[in-house]
Design a binder for this molecule. Sequence first.
Ligand code: SAM
Length: 198
Amino acid sequence: MGINHFIDKMLAGRNARKTDKLVLFCIENILSGNGLEVLDLGCGNGLFCHAISGLPSISHAVGVDVVEYCKVPINFQLYSEGQRIPVDDKSFDYTFIVEVLHHSDDAEHLLREAVRVTRGYLVIFEDVVTSGARLFFMRWFDTLMNMRHGVNTPLNFKSEDEWKLVFARLNLSIQQIYNYSFYKFYSPQKCRVFLLKV
Ligand SMILES: C[S@@+](CC[C@H](N)C(=O)[O-])C[C@H]1O[C@@H](n2cnc3c(N)ncnc32)[C@H](O)[C@@H]1O
């Protein structure tokens, strides 16, 4: 048994709880309508894409990433950082971008691509910088959690206000900002969910 397999087993319960909580949040706060087509941009292990594809309101879910390490069967497309996302314009009602932006070398390019492929909303879960101490924690935690998958960790974290400036430059209209925690109890990360109309 390889070390990655061992770590996956150790984290299986945590990842399942994290996914359940995320899906419940989306059902209660984000998703509206039926026959929805959704994109999980930067789908990682694929758990969220897989779970959301089973909801009655979802007709089609696709996951894309620049690294392939899906743990469950999903409609997956691999592409390269900085390139065109391999889907047509305005294909999706919702594009989810969950803890991805700070991993991109060029988050604005990624967001422009997300806007291109979306006809409805972008839903961005992003850990925001609220203090120097928190930034220090976010940097080592992010590196630790992602290094084994070979995920790029440029650590491009921003504050909530800095992200708002990026969204304004891209003419994205902020519909709602939620506070979110990926874990049930205390989390040192401060996550925001930005619901943006394309
Ligand atoms: C912290 S992981 C989050 C994975 C998943 N969204 C989740 O919440 O479990 C960040 C993911 O973003 C992906 N990523 C980084 N840059 C990307 C890009 N330009 N386009 C798509 N995915 C990207 C990484 O490969 C990695 O899988």
